[in-house]
Design a protein around this ligand. Sequence first.
Ligand SMILES: [Fe+2]
Ligand SMILES: [Fe+2]
Length: 136
Amino acid sequence: MAFIEWNSTLSVDVNQFDEQHKKLISLINELLSAMSKGEGARMINEVLKGLIEYTITHFSAEEEAMKKYQYPGLGLHHIEHKNLTTKVIELQNKLDKGEAVLSMEVFQFLKDWLVNHIMKTDKSYGVFFKSKGIVV
Ligand SMILES: [Fe+2]
Ligand SMILES: [Fe+2]
């Protein structure tokens, strides 16, 4: 399984959010790297915790911008963020309880989780901001 690489097809046309997406991708890659090196559960937990914390910060930053500029898709976007957050916290709980192990499947889940959201949902606010000439 290859690391995820940010490239311009993932750009949402908002600089600060592209930068935050790059950071999220690098955290997921860090997780993969810790897994493939056979790092212990505690270390992997720490990386996952960092990923979840940064995800929450990132989602709030996006929502704040959408609110500020009255983006009409905010409601649905917010629901998607909530669902994504719940999913990743569920994963963390399962790992904590030993009901799941970090595997390539989990990595694939996180990759899809992030990439699909950026491609399908985040890009729409980029189009909106651009059409209104808004620089976030
Ligand atoms: Fe995002
Ligand atoms: Fe988003």
